[in-house]
Design a protein around this ligand. Structure first.
Ligand code: PLP
Length: 398
């Protein structure tokens, strides 16, 4: 084995890099989760988590789980066995959520779109309009489909529900968008907001984070779906007095506390803006290489991840393997339907201009290595021209 120098460039769209501050906050002994002062951390984390979900009226939950667990938590707390759900399959994650709906005995009506497209707003509206008996109990959509880098229009979902006067719950998977891309739970009337710790929150995988509106909480009081580990009621009873219904990972809670501090110190809107700048620079680089994102509409191209279409005759998997083996650069591969057809650059979480430019340099060299004729430096030049000329913000010194 040869010695590997320098750090791995972890540029997959999650898990993302864990900042030193967060690592240090987590590097501690376990603490007594029944201690009299334990409620301080529980209450402070739950209070500030709401600021990231942009909700004042909702309620935040922290589970020892991942985003997948929060899909289950949302479905089983609000709905009843056999309930009808309207949903859209736009990539691997929406596909897996739908698979879960079926396996848990719900009845999803699935609208399929070509991978790379966003939500079919008119078709969704037509289904809601036709549902006079209000059989559809929830509209479940993924805000940022990580497989294809498509950022969907959640306010449009609220609009169609309002326009059709449909009472279905709006459940949103924000696993790769919350804490990195615009997400406004109250303003957009989202009822269940689902995410995990390993993307915008800059933590390792291991926490499932969720927020529920008053309407969702009310439905959870009468839902007959059996649940145990993911029960909101058990969590509420314990959280109200500052504890958890099971042993929480205390180092993780301290990590979350530090990550929340970082997000709030930067300001959530500045976090969104930083992701937008870095994503714009990435897209300029992709264009300079003569390549294209798979996300069709410009307005839907994700600010968290760019899935780049690989020219015919080349293999995206080879690009990902080469980047890792030659340059210690981790890129995302294509999943399922788009396996081999795309490679994915994550630009989410704790990254800055130079992290991105180093990544783009690694991508260009890799593309050359596999035989795709790109001009070395072309993507880096396009991205750095944009980043430098639009003003890299001065760091506050403290
Ligand atoms: N939803 C989206 C959009 C995701 O990107 C992921 C994971 O990458 C998931 C759900 C599943 O989350 P987890 O792997 O945390 O269970």
């Amino acid at each position: 084995m040869s010695v590997i120098h320098g750090q791995n460039f972890l540029m997959v769209p999650g898990p993302t890099n864990v900042p030193d501050r967060v690592q240090r906050a987590m590097h501690r002994n376990s603490t007594d989760h029944r201690a009299p002062d334990f409620p301080e951390i529980t209450h402070s984390v739950l209070k500030d988590l709401k600021k990231i979900f942009c909700t004042e009226t909702g309620r935040a939950f922290v589970f020892s789980a991942t985003g997948t667990g929060m899909w289950e938590s949302g479905l089983t707390n609000c709905l009843n066995p056999g309930d009808t759900i309207l949903t859209v399959r736009l990539g691997q994650f929406s596909l897996l959520w739908i698979d879960m709906m079926e396996r848990l005995g719900f009845n999803p009506i699935v609208l399929d779109v070509e991978w790379g497209e966003g939500l079919p707003v008119d078709k969704i509206k037509a289904h809601l309009m036709a549902d006079r008996a209000h059989k559809i109990k929830s509209l479940c959509v993924v805000q940022n489909e990580t497989t294809v880098g498509v950022y969907t229009d959640i306010p449009a979902m609220r609009r169609v529900l309002d326009e059709t006067r449909h009472p279905a719950l709006l459940m949103v998977d924000g696993v790769s968008s919350i804490a990195s891309l615009p997400f406004k739970m109250d303003a957009w009337g989202v009822d269940v907001s689902i995410t995990g710790s390993q993307k915008g929150f800059m933590l390792p995988a291991g926490l499932g984070l969720l927020a529920a509106s008053q309407k969702a909480l009310k439905m959870s009081e009468t839902s007959t779906y059996p649940r145990c580990f993911f029960s909101w009621r058990d969590m509420i009873v314990n959280n109200d007095v500052g504890y958890f219904p099971y042993t929480p990972s205390t180092p993780f809670l301290h990590g979350l506390r530090e990550a929340l501090d970082m997000l709030l110190e930067e300001g959530i809107e500045n976090v969104w803006e930083r992701h937008h700048r870095l994503a714009t620079a990435t897209r300029l680089a992709v264009k300079a290489w003569g390549l294209k994102p798979i996300a069709k509409k410009e307005s839907e191209q994700s600010d968290a991840i760019t899935a780049v279409l690989v020219p015919a005759g080349f293999d995206g998997q080879e690009i990902v393997a080469t980047a890792y083996q030659k340059y210690n650069l981790s890129l995302g591969g294509g999943l399922m339907k788009v396996k081999g057809k795309v490679f994915r650059i994550g630009h989410i979480g704790d990254i800055n201009e130079l992290t991105l430019l180093g990544t783009l340099a690694g991508v260009e060299m890799t593309l050359r290595d596999v035989g795709i004729p790109v001009k070395l430096g072309s993507g880096v030049a396009a991205a750095s021209e944009y980043l430098q000329s639009t003003g890299v913000p001065l760091r506050g010194l403290n």
